[in-house]
Design a protein around this ligand. Structure first.
Ligand code: MET
Ligand SMILES: [Zn+2]
Length: 746
């Protein structure tokens, strides 16, 4: 029996890669330095795998931005507009990922999407008519060579063709099928190079096989792999799946000529059943994912050992593995100095998970009489209090809209923002100094109050209709709330990559969630005291807080969502009591953890909607409830967005949901709506003309009485210098539009 991981995280234990990339992008280091330092980081990661006594070393899991993009570049899937810039291969790569505006031209980045139901974002490759698919790089093999001195078994990782085709965009006149022959040729060429390089095992990652597959998908899968496997020669191939079971294709796959198959026993509800009902071929190796790669709790050894025994009894040749790449968990518990020891004992981050694999191997191969209880971790013993959420009936949207208009008296096409304002160095330093106890509470707050005042004056000058306080007290929209509710712990260093150089630090849910005291009220109350315009209170919603935290394993995440809704109800009540007339409950992560299989989706969505409605229903009908969702493909959950029954839904519309404008479902939404009029992640300042066009486009699908005008998302990554002209232009465009519209009957 051996051990392996699907992939090792590449951002670095101290986020080394993040800092390197950002230095390169700021032109502070050369390409050569970047490449050299990246190679050093790879060596560190390999050495950690050696030190962890894994039997396999994984190669080419490293990426300077994203491995899906790496695969697209490997096979020359690069749209002409990027080639035309005439940049180096490295800079073309970054132009695809981040866009480019410099002396050689201007080009927007490729789309970015959530990687299955994780909070990692991949770059969406774009196939176009003139795309000439062929193997054009030797990077994976060069990395293979970098491991020459390591003595353990080696596997080289590459994204498989099925998942590549499923996750890409097709912008020309041709669909995926057209590209299959060329793609097969390119992969076969890669196989040939692998053989030349004496690659021991090629791991083809095919997570898309855990999705619901239709007959045409199965046909595509069979076509790809019957041809690829026929041409593999002596190359050994591991087909690796994760994020669920492969119930739709398991029977087909075990008949194919793979040398090994990687299956997920953690999230794959039916994996064990599949393996037992159609016996796993004894001439293949099973890479069994039994250590959870997506959560931070220690493995339950008793259950794992039973599973291992079960598989061994079937005569299966086993490699024990993580259930997916370790990039979804933090590096190591050694970075956590403040966690209570009793909790630390129950946790396992990346390095600890590698040790767990070794331990499981030792226990599974040890004398069966040996006592294994000594290492059985205590399971989480938190209670599981779920408050059932009673749904009171509330006034209808139309009735509420009337009441709200009477109290708010807003103009047609009201303008607003999504909540956060620039998090300048000074704002971040203020928080940091306070956290390090270098600053007294009163001084910390004084700074924030001053910042709020500046922000309110700024918004008044610009002429926005609904103002916000700016969120200066929040380091992060989830951690801020987690720190103040009970049931969470926040970590010091548990970073995971979100996209490119960006990382997030999810809190850990360790117990039942309870409300302690008001979290946002004093800031919002102060902001409102400075202006006669309405200031909306902005909160993070229950589903988003849970989805952007590490969840308990002893209760379903849905129970935590309901607990949070019950807790946040107190905050909403406190806000109403202190005079808030508009409350925005952000749910940007609502779509993220949508189960991958259709059968599992309604139950998840019902909980998310139920939790939101519960908060909503606890408010008076005069209180306007807004919500904000962004950077996810919400067009297919539109009926559920409607069920939120929010008064105003503010959606991002520039990066992931351009198609929104063509979606007739909007006309049926029983809520006022904003489809972000400009991209907040771009440095470009939108002109009045551009913004006017954007507003007109929206008016073509949304009635004027129901349209709000706002940017795509929060403004925390921008500077006031950029914001002033952007928001001013937005208000100007909106005012011009108002003049062109017939007066509403009100
Ligand atoms: C990722 S959604 C962000 C919403 C939050 N209110 C902000 O403005 O930053
Ligand atoms: Zn957002």
């Amino acid at each position: 029996m051996q051990t392996s991981i699907v992939a090792y995280p590449h951002i670095g234990k101290e986020r080394e890669l993040k800092y390197l990339l950002e230095k390169y992008w700021r032109k502070e280091i050369s390409a050569a330095t970047l490449e050299k330092e990246a190679a050093t980081l790879r060596q560190v990661h390999w050495q950690n795998q050696v030190d962890g006594s894994l039997d396999y070393l994984t190669i080419n899991d490293f990426s300077l931005y994203d491995t899906v993009l790496d695969t697209a570049c490997l096979f020359n899937i690069i749209p002409t507009r990027y080639r035309r810039l005439g940049l180096s291969a490295l800079d073309t790569y970054f132009a695809l990922a981040r866009g480019y505006r410099d002396e050689k031209g201007t080009v927007a980045p490729l789309a970015m999407k959530k990687w299955f139901n994780t909070n990692y974002h991949y770059i969406v490759p774009e196939f176009s008519d003139d795309c000439d698919i062929k193997l054009v790089s030797q990077t994976p093999l060069a990395q293979y060579r970098e491991t020459a001195s390591y003595q353990l078994k080696k596997k080289l990782l590459l994204l498989g063709p099925f998942t590549l085709l499923k996750l890409s965009a097709y912008n020309g006149s041709k669909g995926p099928a057209t590209y299959v022959p060329a793609l097969i040729r390119a992969y076969l060429e890669f196989f040939r190079c692998c053989q030349q390089e004496k690659v021991e095992l090629l791991q083809l990652d095919e997570p898309a096989l855990t999705l619901d597959l239709q007959q045409e998908d199965l046909n595509l899968l069979k076509k790809l792999y019957s041809e690829l496997l026929a041409g593999k020669g002596k190359l050994q191939i591991l087909l690796q799946t994760y994020f669920g079971d492969i119930r739709d294709c398991y029977d087909d796959l075990i008949k194919l000529d793979f040398d090994a198959l990687g299956l997920d026993f953690v999230e794959g509800e039916k994996t064990l059943q599949l393996v037992s009902s159609a016996p796993f071929p004894t001439d293949k190796i099973l890479f069994a994912g039994i250590v959870n790669g997506r959560n931070v709790w220690r493995n339950s050894y008793t259950a794992s050992l039973n599973l291992i025994k079960n598989l061994q009894l079937q005569g299966i040749n086993l490699v024990l593995q993580s259930s997916c790449s370790l990039q979804h968990v933090p590096y190591s518990l050694t970075g956590e100095k403040n966690l209570p020891p009793a909790l630390k004992e129950k946790l396992a981050f990346g390095e600890e998970k590698i040790r767990e694999l070794l331990l499981l191997k030792e226990l599974a191969t040890a004398d069966p009489a040996a006592d294994s209880t000594a290492v059985t971790p205590t399971v989480n013993t938190a209670k599981n209090q779920v408050k059932l959420l009673p749904l009171q009936t509330k006034a209808t949207y139309e009735q509420r809209a009337k009441l709200q208009q009477q109290c708010l008296n807003l103009p047609l096409l009201p303008t607003t923002t999504i909540g956060s304002f620039p998090q300048s160095q000074a704002v971040r330093q203020n928080r940091r100094r306070y956290n390090k106890q270098l600053l007294k509470l009163c001084d910390y707050e004084k700074f924030n109050y001053a910042e709020i005042k500046k922000c309110i004056r700024f918004q008044e000058e610009i002429g926005l209709d609904v103002l916000v306080h700016g969120e200066f007290e929040r380091n992060d929209m989830v951690e801020f709330f987690a720190q103040q509710l009970s049931g969470f712990v926040v970590t010091q260093n548990a970073w995971i990559q979100s996209y490119g150089s960006r990382c997030v630090k999810p809190p850990i849910i360790v117990d039942d969630i309870k409300y302690r005291q008001p979290m946002t009220v004093k800031w919002i109350k102060y902001a409102q005291s400075l202006t006669t315009k309405p200031v909306k209170a902005v909160l993070t919603g229950p589903t988003t807080i849970v989805n952007w935290s590490f969840n308990r394993e002893d209760i379903p995440a849905q129970n935590s969502i309901l607990q949070l809704a019950a807790a946040l109800k107190n905050e909403v009540a406190a806000l109403e009591k202190s005079g808030s007339k508009i409350i925005q409950i952000d749910e940007p992560a609502l779509r993220e953890k949508l189960p991958l299989r259709k059968v599992d989706q309604p139950s998840y969505l019902e909980t998310a909607v139920n939790a939101f409605q519960f908060l909503h229903n606890s408010c008076r009908p005069e209180t306007m409830i807004q919500t904000h969702i962004c950077y996810s493909d919400y067009t297919d959950i539109m009926p559920w967005l409607d069920k939120l029954d929010a008064d105003v839904i503010l959606l991002e519309a520039s990066r992931t949901s351009k198609s929104c404008l063509q979606n007739p479902a909007f006309l049926q939404l029983n809520a006022a709506l904003s489809l972000g009029v400009y991209d907040v992640h771009s440095e470009c300042i939108p002109s009045v003309a551009e913004l006017l066009t954007a507003i007109k486009q929206r008016l073509a699908v949304i009635p004027a009485a129901a349209l709000w005008v706002a940017p795509d998302c929060g403004l925390k990554t921008r500077t006031y210098k950029e914001l002033a002209p952007s928001l001013k232009n937005m208000v100007t465009a909106c005012r011009r539009m108002r003049q062109m519209l017939p007066l509403p009957e009100r």
